[in-house]
Write a protein that binds this ligand. Structure first.
Ligand code: FO1
Length: 325
């Protein structure tokens, strides 16, 4: 089983590449739920929905989130009735949140619900919420502490970030399935997601780092930072707030206690020696996922680096015929 730690848009696109290279049924994604929040009385799980709808080829590819061709009749009426309209929820998208909220109220877990949605929408990859407990990510700013989506969407990431509080609802445990997905993986990949608010919430769950390390399998990350900037989203201000250098080297340092290797973009090739000096193996390639072929290429390079790590650690792959010339 290949396990991928995933956030939202970047991770979803990366997974579209992974499933072109290995059978989807052999892939498990442990997905960030730190962006989850309640709005209109509905439980919304942005990263789970982005990954699910992307792999189901239902995603609005312009935005990277929401459902293609969706309408906003309900949103318009919610506005007319004085409801909040800052978080755009399409009519089809709302069905996900209505159904999720109803199933949660009937006692179903987020994990069970994610599985039901994957079955219903034809997604073969196993998508696991990182936790079945509420684990909201809060952003600290000079105007106060707020949920990540309030900071990122409602206030358009205008506030200076003075800190990040993970699992802000109190102790959250990794789901048993998420822990098992790391402990039983043959390789663990960290998708090109925000190291602070997408990957951070996952690996900071109690026992998750230990599960990753005790798996004793190659752990390889893809840098979401290219040329000192994020492709999408607020990684730069959040990394700065956490004292991280906003570069592929900064990402490598942030993950150094967890990973064996990292894939960086060719524009950052000059950082490879400094990253290697951290004891990491480095692959340099074009990491911009313009289309299906680039996604598959990035996945293939990442998996090849995982194999390279495995060989370096354990010698030739078991199926390599000994004594071959
Ligand atoms: N991002 C926005 O910038 N504006 C929105 O109105 C918005 C709505 C939305 C609805 C459903 C969903 O699954 C995601 C949505 N996102 C929106 C994306 C989301 O804020 C972030 O991309 C993820 O939380 C970060 O990965």
């Amino acid at each position: 089983m290949l396990t991928v730690l995933a956030g939202g848009v970047g991770a979803a696109r990366f997974l579209e590449g992974v499933v072109q290279v290995v059978p989807p049924a052999t892939v498990t994604a442990v997905v960030n739920t730190g962006d989850d929040f309640v709005l209109h009385g509905l439980v919304i799980s942005p990263d789970l929905d982005i990954v699910t709808c992307t792999l189901a080829d239902l995603i609005d590819r312009e935005q990277g989130w929401g459902i293609a061709g969706d309408t906003d009749e309900c949103m318009q009426w919610l506005g007319r009735l004085g409801g909040p309209t800052w978080f755009k929820l399409g009519d089809r998208d709302l069905a996900l949140h209505i159904r999720r909220t109803a199933l949660l109220s009937e006692g179903e877990s987020l994990t069970a619900i994610a599985d039901q949605f994957c079955q219903a929408l034809g997604v073969a990859v196993k998508l696991l919420p990182m936790s079945d407990d509420p684990a909201p990510t809060h952003i600290l700013t000079p105007v106060g502490e707020m949920h990540f989506e309030e900071y990122f969407v409602r206030r358009r990431a205008q506030d200076r970030v003075t800190g990040v509080r993970l699992h802000a609802a109190g102790r959250a445990l990794p789901s048993p399935d998420a822990l098992a997905a790391c402990a039983e993986a043959e390789a663990i990949l960290i998708a090109p997601s925000n190291p602070v608010v997408s990957v951070g919430p996952i690996v900071s769950l109690p026992g998750m780092r230990e599960a990753i390390r005790s798996a004793r399998v190659p752990v390889v990350a893809v840098s979401p930072i290219v040329g000192g900037a994020a492709i999408k989203g607020p990684a730069a201000p959040l990394m700065q707030a956490m004292g991280m250098e906003v570069s592929a080297l900064g990402v490598a340092r942030a993950y150094a206690d967890l990973i064996d290797g990292i894939v960086i973009d060719q524009v950052d090739a000059d950082l490879a020696p400094a990253i290697a000096a951290l004891g990491l193996q480095v692959a340099v390639t074009d990491t911009i996922m313009r289309g299906p072929a680039e996604k598959a290429h990035l996945a293939a390079v990442t998996l090849a680096l995982a194999d390279q790590v495995r060989q370096a650690r354990h010698g030739p792959a078991p199926d390599a015929n000994p004594g071959a010339g």
